[in-house]
Design a protein around this ligand. Sequence first.
Ligand code: C2O
Ligand code: CU
Length: 579
Amino acid sequence: MGEGNAPAALWLLLGVALIFGVAVSPTQASRTNHYDFFIKETNVTRLCHQKTVLTVNGQFPGPTIYARKGDVVVVNVYNQGDKNITIHWHGVDQPRNPWFDGPEYITQCPIQPGANFTYRIIFSEEEGTLWWHAHSDFDRATVHGAIVVHPKRSKGAYPYKKPHKEIPVILGEWWNDDVNHLLEEAKLTGGDFKPSEANTINGQPGDLFPCSQNGTFKVPVEHGKTYLLRIINAGLTNEMFFGVAGHRLTVVGTDGRYLKPFTVDSIMISPGQTMNALLVADRATDGSCNSRYYMAARTFSTNTQIPFNNSTATAVLEYTDAPPFAGPPDFPTSLPAIDDIDAATAYTAQLRSLVTAEHPVDVPARVDERMLVTIAVNVVACPPNQTCEGPNEQRLAASLNNVSFANPAVDVLDAYYRSMPGVYEPDFPNRPPTTFNFTDTDLPPEQWFTRKGTKVKVVEYGAVVEVVFQDTGILGAENHPMHLHGFSFYVVGRGFGIYDGKKDLASYNLVDPPYQNTVSVPKAGWAAIRFRAANPGVWFMHCHFDRHTVWGMDTVFIVKDGKAPEAKMMPRPPTMPKC
Ligand code: C2O
Ligand code: CU
């Protein structure tokens, strides 16, 4: 398949059909929204430090994208920065449309400085909160924003009382240094990255930090009204606990799907995940209570041996109809401690799909491809005549089934589409190459090593895939937020220790498991996901801790075309950037 006129024309026709076809059909009321994203260097000051960061349209966090279920959104990205970049639409399945998914060297070559690229984002079943972010180097630190997917206008209704207001709450991290500079340095030395200096809420550390009083994010509320918090963890390295003083949160959705509502004092959210939570402003406003309450985001660390940012970001909920109260806002008293694994486990166990006629589940009972995938932080050998700053003076790396993913020089999708040899190998293993005491944190140094490779897993169209992620203790066990592009998956099981097929299969939830795109694999434990590979294309799977991503804790699914025309990838857009 070449870049000739035929595929280009075909693609154009398809695009035209998509725009006009839906517009004239009264039964499918989808719309096309347009956005312009100008990527540029912008001056930002936090914690008394000024630096230039990459932003979209000068905003940090970037603009919110609004859509209705089933819409198509078109985003023109103009790279006015000085480095290569791509954008990913995290959690949007993009049926048959891997071309516009975004991860660099997986589905596209990056957009070069001065160039532009127009993404066509196809929404299907998603409804709730998703987000978008850069998918190149560490650009995601400041290039990210919310995606809000409202119900369809026709049968549009939330499966809960319509909130008075909706508030995006984007959790992130701030480094005083340039993050891509830190990345370059770490690539050079093979050592670890410096932890961030602060967590942030909507780009702000909050007034517990120096020079942060003025910017602190504030949410004005009125007594008796209900607010929908659309919480997104856009952080690069930290899972987080989040809570609001004096208020409980009723969690109603995650990753663009609805949940059975449950009420908690605080949530745990992993990088890549979103949580929708209702908050009722029900504190007394007669002057007997405070009128201001902190919202707080605290790091949740499952391996406190690794240096981490031990801090809490805050925003402030302010009652506009209460007399001002002397003194500081109340602080949430029940926010779990930084290493409270039990609190996180108890929270995550409560995530269950809603399951109604409007929002059914379809959990595959039968599995075609069963994979056991070990997760590890490793080392690769330090090249001769170099000094390396990883463990035992080697270079840090990371792997899935002991393959440390290496980005190819051209994207996997193009290589697959054009049948180019030598770009990737289709033999990513279904099982770890060796069996060992996976969760042992005291393994001998020989066991730390992995090998680089660009190995992908090829699956048939429509096959049901089960992946059991198994964390290992190599160089320390910890949670890993594993994210899959192109699909949401049912998280059918989670547990501690080494996965035991016979015993653990019996504990699966096949009735109302949460449908997510990012699962937090428990430290020294496992998580099982199932999905139907009915989305042809090339789809990245990786840990959403960015340093693990760049170390190689990634792989790629290639889902083959099916027989029917609706089961085939769309043709290659002629506008794809060149490497
Ligand atoms: Cu949130 Cu591969 O991405
Ligand atoms: Cu990880």
